[in-house]
Write a protein that binds this ligand. Structure first.
Ligand code: SAH
Length: 344
């Protein structure tokens, strides 16, 4: 039975799923069964646009490590590493920081077997350990964690205001047997709203942030979160993308990339609650400029052919300019007290 049929059977027998349960199932199938990145795939991420992105994040990590007093053993972690491109580029850049690579245990938090295989290929020659969950990372050593377009893939709950109260959005079946959205009453506490308002929460992202910041506060370290998102309240942000086009969320579940905008305000509150210092969110463009993407591009251009130079310039624009990833994407750092992250 294919994924969609199995999903529908399950709903038929057990009733509608919450949007979060639907998203978790669909994303699980989606990432487990393909390499979705790049021109021939469904979407393109910053590290796949240019090596400069991973290099600068590597330099950012090396600076955090130096500020911590260059610990001789620490974990360099990435959550949702995709093809492993960001980590490969970061590890090349950190060769400028003597001792960093020797001290780093590289930890990839990844659930997809297909993408783990891609990451293994990309990182051949490096000692890498994979983990299903953040909780399983080795204890009692500092952790520097990078996460690009990871939080947007985590399942969200959606609530809708109807008749003066909040309802949770569900995914069920209509009379024709097709997937459709529904509502069930909920006791969930949500801010005031008017008829039709939609409110989202991401319990998985909140849990991840609490766990991460508890670790960072206890053992030292910092995290860098890059994603598209908002600082407060945004309504319905659930979306699906296939072959670089927006598609209806319930069409061909498990065959499109389902994401939601990241609620940076909620993550920041969770982090502060654990005692972490929060920097940002700032626009990705400004962050990369402060880390020196301009000079890095100029340096790469020096040895480039005319065609390569044009590609470097195009990538620079795409990563930094307004209306491109430069302001759609935001960067936020969560740090142990005493660390002043670069780029903010
Ligand atoms: N960071 C990469 C990939 C982003 S796509 C890039 O920028 O190119 C999202 C990644 O997160 C994929 O690798 C996906 O398999 C992984 N992922 C999604 N949900 C996850 C979860 N709950 N736990 C661990 N990894 C997850």
């Amino acid at each position: 039975m294919d994924f969609e049929t199995t999903l529908k059977q399950d709903i038929l027998h057990n009733g509608p799923l919450s949007v979060a349960a639907f998203m978790a199932r669909a994303a699980g199938h989606y990432y487990a069964t393909r390499d979705p990145f790049g021109a021939g795939g469904d979407f393109t991420t910053a590290p796949e646009i240019s090596q400069m992105f991973g290099e600068l994040l590597g330099a950012w990590a090396a600076d955090v490590w130096a500020q911590m007093g260059r610990p001789g053993a620490f974990t360099l972690a990435e959550a949702g590493p995709g093809r492993g491109t960001l980590m490969v580029d970061a590890l090349r850049a950190v060769r400028c920081a003597p001792g960093f690579l020797e001290a780093a245990e590289i930890a990839l938090i990844e659930t997809s077997p297909a993408l783990r295989a891609r990451q293994e290929e990309a990182l051949r020659g490096h000692a890498v350990t994979w983990y299903d969950r953040l909780e399983y990372l080795p204890e009692r050593r500092p952790v520097i964690l990078l996460a690009n377009e990871f939080f947007d893939a985590l399942p969200i709950r959606q609530f809708e205001r109807r008749e003066g109260r909040w309802h949770e959005r569900t995914v069920g079946l209509d009379v024709a047997g097709a997937l459709c959205f529904g509502l069930i009453p909920t006791a969930e506490e949500a801010p005031e709203g008017v008829q039709g308002d939609v409110y989202e929460t991401c319990p998985t992202a909140q849990d991840f942030t609490h766990t991460l910041c508890r670790r960072i506060l206890r053992d030292g370290g910092a995290a860098l979160v890059v994603d598209y998102g908002y600082a407060r309240g945004a309504g319905d942000t659930l979306q699906a993308v296939r072959a670089h086009r927006s598609v209806p969320v319930l069409d061909a579940p498990g065959e499109s990339d389902i994401t939601a905008h990241v609620d940076f305000g909620a993550l920041a509150a969770a982090a502060r609650g654990e005692g972490a210092t929060v920097s940002g969110p700032v626009p990705q463009g400004a962050f990369l400029q402060r880390l020196g993407i301009g000079p890095r591009a100029a340096f790469l251009r020096r040895t480039a052919t005319a065609r390569q130079a044009a590609a470097i310039d195009a990538a620079l624009r795409r990563l930094t300019e307004r209306g491109e990833m430069g302001d759609l994407f935001k960067v936020m750092a969560l740090c142990a007290p005493g660390i002043v992250p670069a780029g903010f």
